[in-house]
Ligand binder design. Structure first.
Ligand code: NAD
Length: 370
């Protein structure tokens, strides 16, 4: 059996609690002889800053580069509000994304039937929703130069951010989207603003050419980013895979995620380029460190479990175990187990450890009947 190298980076706040549940799952899987892991753990974010004055150490970066998958919790919190900008907790995560060139951010938005009422949209609009947003993560407005605030002669200030994309950057993210669509429902919506932005024009052109050359079996639709935002709240089930740039992806994926009802349910993956059958990959929940509930044992670990399921599928070659884990999550929800963030008024809520135990118990049942 292959031994998979994992680096656990729990980080701050509830990151530590939810990664703690994944650790129990790892031990359980090994105990059952279902998988074998070589596990390392290190500090990131505020915890790393408190320990050695940086948001991630060189040693942790080296382990990250060598890992088959990084299982990340969350970083940040009010305790570190005053630390220098380049040492703030988020800088550790940004460095991982940048140094490992994790350009493809995958954010599924799934509505489990048992939780359809947790959405602010009507049950019939969201029940059974299963979409995947593929966001370009290392280019565009957040990284383009010049990026500055300058004082003009008049004393007025001027701020500049630069939206910039190259053919290569657009092509590689579109490739990921088309490939994923092939194993889903075979539909890609490419979202940009070609009507008002040069980068949108190039984006549309490159995606269209790539589609013609390599992916004509996949259905491709182009959609303006503003219309995409509207359609996501009007009729989200029309989508399968949406591919978009860094800035629009940030906004569209947050909108899509809220359609599902709770931050505690949402996993994500950030992938690098595949080189010799291997790629750098970081898996993390969409939520932050939730300082308001940290340390209380109340956090929902499902987003972290879902992120680990993505690691099983995309990095460890254990797709059927990933399917079983996702079915286990659905089973637990169908049985009515709820943490406070997803409990309806008057419903009993369990804590982090009980939810973790319930998911592992359901996985045991799923594997026994598989
Ligand atoms: P947050 O996601 O931490 O919390 C928002 C709300 O959702 C809170 O009420 C929280 O209790 C709740 N929540 C989030 N995850 C939950 C879970 N698993 N179970 C139950 N409830 C959950 O966002 P925020 O409050 O805006 O940010 C808090 C800190 O986290 C900030 O320092 C922020 O910078 C950081 N942050 C980090 C990441 C990351 O590590 N990738 C992402 C977002 C925010």
């Amino acid at each position: 059996m292959a031994t998979h190298k994992l680096l656990l980076l729990p980080g701050d706040g509830i990151g530590v609690e939810v990664v703690g549940e994944v650790k129990k799952l790892l031990a359980w899987l090994e105990g059952k002889g279902l998988a074998s892991f070589a596990i390392e753990e290190d500090l990131v974010g505020g915890a790393a800053y408190d320990d050695h004055g940086e948001s991630i150490s060189e040693a942790a970066m080296k382990k990250a580069a060598e890992a088959d998958a990084i299982i990340f919790g969350s970083v940040g919190g009010p305790k570190w509000a005053g630390v220098p900008f380049d040492k703030r907790p988020e800088a550790g995560l940004l460095r991982l994304r940048k140094d490992l060139d994790l350009f493809a951010n995958l954010r599924p938005a799934i509505v489990y039937p048992a939780l359809a009422d947790a959405s602010t949209l009507k049950r019939e609009v969201v029940e059974g929703l299963d979409i995947l947003i593929v966001r370009e993560l290392t280019g565009g407005t957040y990284f383009g130069e010049p990026k500055e605030i300058v004082t003009l002669e008049s004393g007025e200030k001027r701020a500049v951010d630069t939206q910039v994309y190259t053919t290569r950057e657009i092509k590689r993210i579109a490739e990921v989207a088309f490939e994923l669509a092939r194993v889903r429902r075979n539909l890609v919506h490419s979202s940009e603003k070609h009507n008002v932005m040069k980068s949108g024009l190039l984006w549309k052109e490159v995606v269209t050419e790539l589609h013609k050359a390599k992916f004509s079996d996949v259905k491709l639709e182009h959609i303006l980013a503003d219309n995409c935002a509207m359609q996501l709240v009007r009729n989200p089930k029309q989508f399968d895979v949406i591919v978009t740039d860094n800035l629009f992806g940030d906004i569209l994926s947050d909108a899509a995620s809220m359609v599902t009802g709770s931050l505690g349910m949402l996993p994500s993956a950030s992938l690098g380029a595949e080189i010799n059958g291997k790629r750098h990959a970081l898996y993390e929940p969409v939520h932050g460190s939730a300082p308001d509930i940290a340390g209380k044992g109340l956090a929902n670990p499902i987003a972290e479990f879902g992120s680990f399921a993505m690691a099983l599928r995309y990095s460890l070659g254990l797709g059927s175990l990933a399917d079983a884990l996702e079915r286990a999550i659905a089973r637990v929800l169908a049985e009515g187990v709820r943490t406070a963030d997803i409990a309806a008024k008057g419903e009993n809520a369990v804590g982090t450890a009980e939810m973790g135990k319930a998911v592992i118990g359901a996985l045991d049942k799923e594997l026994a009947t598989a």
